[in-house]
Design a protein around this ligand. Structure first.
Ligand code: SF4
Length: 300
């Protein structure tokens, strides 16, 4: 095909007329990264070699350990799959990275052990999920989407997408309703399992609360169209990046309070104006200061 020049819509000029555009391959995280900050998107997904990121933060360690413990619980033999298994599962999953000091790590280990144990107490161990950390995918004429569902339940014949949340603040039904990733997961499950899937749930592990939403066929269709619209913009930007690299103006920094938490801040002069950078354990300290016994992934 020789050298090609990309148009502003991501088309490859010089391609045969009528040739379909390549699908934009993405996860929900990639789509949201594009919306949040095109500069960060570029560094995370396009720049090669990828710029070095800052070390992982403690609230990320807490979130990962919680997810692993809740996943591994289902692998236990029936006779020991009880809430009492929670503390040991958290202990073996614990990631001692990002904390201020060993005391803070130990304090949060105990906190998360208690939260996970309480959450497990509300589950029926005889009713395993249909999927755990299940990869789901679907394609449209624009996008090839791939994602991973924390848990997929079958509730009396109805498939339900469950996402675990470990932030300081409990999730809201509005967040469940508007979440683009959750809607895309439901659409992907529907396609893969050939069974209608419209209910999505955010399970806030620290409080055991559930924020749920039941989509309609129309609302899921709107969310897929939203993803396609984002994908078209990102695909066009990707194409220009392939042509002119960092000279592209399609990746401006979106400076906000989130810059204080950005993993790529060291490479972003504009974002460094928002300061100071948050420490690896800052989110946990905010939770401690508020009196919440919660792990925090909430960086807003
Ligand atoms: S520091 Fe802020 S503006 Fe810069 S890449 Fe990160 S989020 Fe974007």
């Amino acid at each position: 095909m020789g050298d090609q020049v990309s148009g502003t819509d991501g088309t490859a000029q010089g391609a045969f007329p009528g040739m379909p555009l390549p699908l934009y391959s993405a996860s929900p995280s990639r789509l949201l990264a594009w919306l949040d900050c095109p500069r960060r998107y570029r560094m995370q997904y396009l720049d090669r070699p990828r710029p070095a990121t800052r070390p992982p933060r403690a609230h990320t360690s807490v979130g990962v350990a919680t997810h692993h413990a809740l996943r591994d619980w289902w692998d236990l033999p029936d006779e020991v799959r009880t809430a009492a298994a929670g503390p040991e599962l958290v202990r073996t999953s614990w990631i001692d990275v990002g904390f201020r000091d060993p005391d803070q790590s130990a304090t949060w280990l105990a906190t998360v052990q208690a939260e996970v144990t309480a959450y497990l107490g509300g589950l029926d161990p005889r009713h395993p999920p249909v999927g755990l950390e299940r990869t789901v995918a679907f394609r449209t004429r624009t996008i090839a989407l791939t994602g991973r569902v924390d848990r997929l339940d079958d509730r009396g014949g109805e498939l339900v997408v469950v996402d675990y949340k470990t932030s300081r603040r409990a999730s809201t039904t509005d967040e469940a309703r508007t979440s683009l990733p959750m809607a895309l997961y439901a659409a992907a499950v529907w396609k893969m399992f050939r069974r209608r899937c419209v209910r999505v749930e955010l399970h806030h592990v620290p409080t055991g609360t559930v924020a749920a939403h039941t989509h309609t066929d129309e609302s899921l269709t709107r969310k897929v169209a939203e993803a396609e619209s984002i994908a078209r913009d990102a695909r066009a930007a990707d194409a220009q990046f392939r042509e002119i690299g960092v000279a592209s103006s399609l990746f401006p920094p979106h400076v906000s309070s989130l810059c204080a938490w950005c993993d790529y801040r060291a490479h972003c002069p504009e974002g460094q104006q928002v300061g100071p950078e948050r420490s690896g354990w800052a989110a946990l300290e905010r939770a401690e200061a508020s009196g919440a016994s919660l792990a925090s992934g909430d960086t807003s």
